[in-house]
Design a binder for this molecule. Sequence first.
Ligand code: PMP
Length: 390
Amino acid sequence: MAVYLDCAATSPLDPRVQKEVIKYLSVEFGNAGSRHHAFGQHAKKAVEKARSGVAAVVDATRGEIIFTSGATESNNLAILGLAAHGKQVRKTHIVSTQIEHRSVLEPLEMLSQQGFKVTLVRPDSGGQVQPQTVLEAVHDDTLLVSVMQVNNETGILQPIEEISRLLGKHSAYFHVDAAQGFGKEIGQLLSRRIDLISVSGHKIYAPKGVGALVMRRRNRQRPPLVPLMYGGGQELGLRPGTLPVHLIVGLGKAAELALEECDSRSKQCRKFKKMILEKLKPLNPIFNGDLNLMAPHMINLAFRGISSEEAIDALNGVVAISNGSACTSTFDSCSHVLSAMRLDEHQIDGALRLSWCHFTDRPDWAMFIEAIKKLGEEVKTTNEAPVNLR
Ligand code: PMP
């Protein structure tokens, strides 16, 4: 059985989270909106406990958290939900980066079609955007600055604390897509200058289909978001619909555990990374991004002359990995992140993302190395084969 090295795509479910999810799916199945009986009251209490659990990770208050279906929805709500206010106060400029997830880039594209001006800052070749460059793009009419915490393809940590500091008293709202870093890189998200934080449950050992949006108050005022859907008024009217109590409880439990165990998990991940780097040394990997800036649980690399698809195929049964973002025949499907870093074509074509967590077993490194070496030999032989010129 292959060892799962794709935790950045989705993480395994923590058994302690699973236990809570099942309890609120079966025994405690009440609707958190049913105020008149114990079934509903228990559900409501569990939701509020989960809210506190999520809030604690970023030092926010319960009232600053709303539950969503995941980071995609949170990103959409943070960006599209702010647009009406922007139009009202005539602030229609947004600053973001070229390496954001599609769930940030596409809502931004939507707003640019509605007349907003969007500046996307380019990263350096190491995969990081420079805080000063972000700040230079911010003007008086900037409504929002949106920068991700950890890039989902390269694992590169973005300078969130520095951007928070530089933004200082500027009126622009600051949104951070923290899908890959929430509960892992705790310190970065504590700055009160960050107004909006997107969270995803299935990256922190909770189920898929649940997430949160942190909406910090500034001078007692919440960011002036309007909802994307209308209905029953749940979640401050910003995310109407019956709450999926079991999923929310799962996210809350996962957040609690992440906070408690963050140091030990991080240590384990660093140890695992050290092992990977040691084991793969004989294959001379090329790192896609600055190795020193990659989060402890992720790495993006390429093996000279080997495409990501060939490598993934050859490693089938040894490890389950991804190429970060499909880079196939058409340029459009090529990684926009690695392209923005202006990496060589062969690095982009060969990009492999390996991502792990504290649950990850040791892969069979000998088999891994053998598979890649064999592939390397095959590629070499094919390239050296005499060409029939006729
Ligand atoms: N942002 C980033 C950086 C991500 O990695 C992901 C998930 N791949 C998302 C947003 C979307 O998260 P979700 O699956 O919870 O919608």
